[in-house]
Write a protein that binds this ligand. Sequence first.
Ligand code: HEC
Length: 132
Amino acid sequence: MRRTSFALFLMLFLAACSPQRPQMPAALAAMPQAERDELLQGRSLYHIRGCAACHGIAGHGNGDRASRLVPPPMDFRLTNAYLQGSSQEAMAATIRTGLTNVKSAMPKNPFLSLEERMAISRYIIHMRENYK
Ligand code: HEC
């Protein structure tokens, strides 16, 4: 009996000492699961596909490659400046084709699925709303 309670004490002690898991921001935690999954997938792809290198980690158009580009990468906050539309659907289309009527460094991504492009666009909207 004493041994059991000691084991229990030890388990609780170790659990209390173990490093805390990073807390999810409250806005994310409150989201329905499907929406959160899309957002997190979009965030991964935004970085993996190199969008951040031009558009910046917060989407302000100031990534590492930005200073060498004319025109500069879009600052996603400037919703009136988008040439092909700033809605989730419009951006998902632009990610596939690039900018079609202007010469710019914006690449096309024909191998990303619609789901992936919608997820990235969702993350762009998230940046717009949260990273002022
Ligand atoms: C090599 C640099 C570069 C990379 C990489 C890049 N972009 Fe761009 N992006 C640009 C430039 C330059 C523009 C055009 C800005 C302008 O015309 O004013 C642009 C414009 C845009 C626009 C606005 C289009 C419009 O309607 O005007 C969106 C949305 C966008 N990029 C999303 C993305 C996403 C998502 C990725 C990653 C999949 C990405 N970009 C990767 C450089 C880049």
